[in-house]
Ligand binder design. Structure first.
Ligand SMILES: Nc1nc2c(c(=O)[nH]1)N(C=O)[C@@H](CNc1ccc(C(=O)N[C@@H](CCC(=O)O)C(=O)O)cc1)CN2
Ligand SMILES: Nc1nc2c(ncn2[C@@H]2O[C@H](COP(=O)(O)OP(=O)(O)OP(=O)(O)O)[C@@H](O)[C@H]2O)c(=O)[nH]1
Ligand SMILES: [Mg+2]
Length: 456
């Protein structure tokens, strides 16, 4: 065990709930249970047995609440330390009182993510799995959740472990020759070093290739709906949401502010921004809205350029096309329930396009497919086998490892000095270890666990 003190926190959300859980971890857990949980029978708490009793104030001996409590003796617990959980009634004040009683017995308040950090430091899970736990909690779509669960279960860690195994094997062979400099590297060893490092390289490449998809599933994508006034942008948002969220009127310039909502497209979370219609305007408020729209376009992962198919294209439409030049975009020709006023797209429109009617819902499934296909390329994201990188931190570390292995392979084929070869492999292993936590610096660990909630 690395950690000596006993930590405590309320692990359920702040507010009113059916029950509230106060979690305690560390060597004093058992003593705290005996001091503040009063049962009808005497004696020590048996591990993993659920007891009914009351929580008492350690100073006054007065009852705070009735409760259920369980002690989980190390190492059979979430943190691998002794853990005590007290379940009381789920009120804001009553959970706070139980926590205070625990703190008065000598525990200290846990920092955000500290229980999970201990599970990591005590070797129950690696850093990838610890980070996945927060993703499980934050997931808003089925696909994001199953990706996070796969990582929490250790599937990504398993892939990374295989890479580490190959690199360590290659390094051991290289080092064996450093110890006996008079020996020539024999053919079989050379082939083994070569194939192990190539295997690691290929496995890293494969993980890196899946990063973009993993990232969009985890973080979602930002989608800006843009177009001149009155083309039906707000109507499109409402149709995608199946809810009357934004004001829709026949008056051009209805939307002034940016409206943001999350839409789930086959598990891909879209953060959709409805914006003010872009045109030259004398109105000060409208001009500010237009400025905000133009500011958001460059930050979007995707722009839906909405046109009104029932009216001829004009200079305001062209302004939008100029604003989205070079951005990933889909042209959405709206109002397909009305007669079409233009039949051919100008050359600026030679990109993904779909005809819809926000009013009737026609074309909306096709639009959703097109958006999905823009980011997800035929991988079975809902299958049990799906494993992907989803965090930039992991991507950066693996990209660094790939560089070192590439340098190693180049030096190996050039017959470079073995000590230099060993350095490249060690650097590669160090970079991979930053993903799993073996070589991650403490300040990075601090940043990672700060993102957790208190009590996790
Ligand atoms: N009440 C409660 N519910 C919870 C949690 C918890 O800590 N408390 N969890 C988290 O917040 C999650 C469950 N995660 C857990 C993970 C491992 C162990 C555990 O005791 N592992 C030991 C022993 C396993 C065994 O007995 O076979 C181990 O892996 O060594 C417990 C909970 C979700 N539900
Ligand atoms: N017939 C028809 N009318 C539509 C359709 N979509 C929107 N409209 C109408 O077009 C008008 C403008 O719709 P909005 O959704 O407010 O347009 P907008 O692009 O958000 O407009 P601004 O916020 O002013 O930029 C309203 O009268 C809608 O009812 C459609 O698919 N078919
Ligand atoms: Mg609008």
């Amino acid at each position: 065990m690395y950690v000596e003190d006993t930590i405590a926190a309320i692990s359920t959300p702040v507010g009113e709930g059916g029950v509230g859980i106060i979690r305690v971890s560390g060597p004093d857990s058992s003593a705290i249970a005996r001091r503040i949980v009063r049962r009808s029978t005497d004696g020590d708490f048996e591990s993993h047995r659920f007891y009914y009793g009351s929580v008492v104030d350690p100073a006054t001996g007065l009852d705070i609440d009735e409760a259920m409590a369980v002690l989980m003796k190390a190492p059979r617990s979430y943190t691998r330390e002794d853990v005590l959980e007290i379940q009381c009634h789920g009120g804001y004040l009553v959970t706070r009182r139980v926590l205070d009683a625990v703190l008065r017995c000598g525990a200290r308040l846990a920092e955000p993510g500290e229980f999970t950090r201990r599970a990591f430091l005590n070797g129950r899970i690696d850093l990838v799995q610890a980070e996945a736990i927060i993703d499980v909690i934050r997931s808003k779509t089925d696909a994001a959740l199953s990706l996070a669960q796969h990582q929490r279960e250790g599937r990504l860690s398993g892939r990374i472990g295989a890479i580490q195994g190959d690199l360590r094997h290659a390094l051991a062979l290289v080092e064996a020759y450093i110890d006996f400099p008079e020996d020539e590297v024999d053919r079989a060893s050379f082939a083994e070093i070569d194939s192990r490092s190539r295997g690691a390289f290929a496995a890293i490449e494969e993980l890196l290739a899946g990063f973009d998809e993993g990232r969009v599933l985890r973080e979602g994508v930002s989608v800006v709906i843009a177009g001149k006034p009155n083309v039906g942008k707000s109507s499109l948002l409402n149709t995608l949401l199946q809810e009357k969220r934004a004001i829709v009127t026949s008056v051009p310039g209805t939307t002034r502010d940016i409206i943001e909502e999350v839409v789930n497209v086959r598990g891909l979370p879209l953060r959709i921004l409805d914006t003010a219609g872009v045109r030259d305007s004398e109105d000060l408020v409208e001009r500010e809205g237009v400025r905000l729209t133009l500011e958001r376009i460059p930050q979007a992962d995707l722009v839906l350029v909405v046109l009104d198919g029932s009216r001829p294209l004009d200079a305001d439409d062209r302004t939008i096309f100029e604003a989205v030049a070079g951005r990933r975009s889909i042209v959405v020709v709206n109002k397909s329930d009305l007669p079409r006023a233009f039949d051919r797209f100008p050359q600026a429109l030679e990109r993904a396009a779909v005809e819809i009617s926000a009013a009737t819902g026609a074309g909306i499934p096709e639009l959703r497919e097109l958006i999905f296909d823009t980011f997800i390329h035929g991988r079975a994201i809902d299958s049990r086998e799906y494993v992907a990188l989803s965090q930039a931190r992991h991507r950066d570390a693996l990209a660094a490892a790939r560089e070192r292995i590439a340098a190693f392979l180049a030096n190996l084929s050039r017959g470079e000095n073995l000590e230099i070869l060993a350095v490249d492999l060690k650097d590669a292993l160090h970079a991979v270890g930053e993903v799993t936590g073996e070589t991650t610096p403490d300040d990075i660990l601090d940043l990672i666990f700060q993102r957790f909630c208190v009590g996790k």
